[in-house]
Design a binder for this molecule. Sequence first.
Ligand SMILES: [Zn+2]
Ligand SMILES: [Zn+2]
Length: 239
Amino acid sequence: MSQIEHAFALAKKVFSGEMTQQGAANHLHKVHKINVNSAKIMIAVYGRMVRGLEFKRALSAPDMNYYLATFLAEGGPGSLKNPVKALWEHIEYYEAKNSVNLNALRDLYATYSAVSEGFKSAEDIQGSFQKAVEAAAKVPIAERQNLLKSFGKLPRTRPVVSLVYERNPYVVVEVLNRAKGMCERCKSQAPFKRRKDNTPYLEVHHRVRLADGGEDTVENAVALCPNCHRLLHFGRAEA
Ligand SMILES: [Zn+2]
Ligand SMILES: [Zn+2]
């Protein structure tokens, strides 16, 4: 049994009252020659994670990965809720105190929080974010100023699942040729040339979205300047 496996197994016994923290730490020290204090930290971190509480002293990222993977293996995705919460509180605490970025732990947080909550699509996340922005705009200004400062400066990340359409490159070429550098909606010239090949910058848009069953064909596509393209996606219908 490796040191971290052993620590996890003994921490579980400490947490269930079968063993004292001191006894478990002494045992780890004897078998793996690790410092008794380090052993105590490994055990304490387990307990804080189970309860979803901030811990101050860190485990290495591989050790943290082992803990999270073992919670997942033993208890399923639902059992990650508290450990993931505790990990995030640790990251915020530690980064603020030491002016560092715990990137490896942040990656673990992103992965395991997605496993814990279920993977979402980028659109879902964008949608919830828009709702949050609308809700934030309704908070009275004084309260908003406090909330503004209550967030960490570096945002969390999360992995998403996405399905992408494998588009036909010949449709793009054909439509851009048809447009001859001119927006097919407002008829103005492309606003700039592409850095990579000096061709006019236009965007190929599907009249009926592929997501709504639109065809990836020349007939269903138009070349647009960026303004017209944004307008069609976000502007008012009559504009
Ligand atoms: Zn245009
Ligand atoms: Zn479009």
